[in-house]
Unconditional design. Structure first.
Ligand SMILES: [Zn+2]
Length: 67
């Protein structure tokens, strides 16, 4: 142990959006992103993919719902 309770090391991770350092701690509400902007942009990208793929599969396979 070479640390004091008062000076916990700040853990940083790589922002999934911009690749920059992001503080991974409760103080960073946007973690693992570095900022609100990066979080919003990433969510937007995910939304596009999530809505795009299933839609095409559903249209080409109408008999999928059997249960
Ligand atoms: Zn970022």
């Amino acid at each position: 142990m070479n640390g004091t309770a008062n000076s916990a090391p700040v853990r940083t991770v790589r922002c999934p959006n911009c690749g920059g350092p992001s503080v991974y701690a409760p103080s960073n509400v946007y973690r693992p992103f570095c900022s609100e902007r990066c979080k919003q942009m990433d969510l937007g990208a995910w939304a596009n993919e999530e809505f795009g793929l299933p839609e095409k599969e559903g249209q080409s396979d109408p008999g999928f719902e059997q249960s």
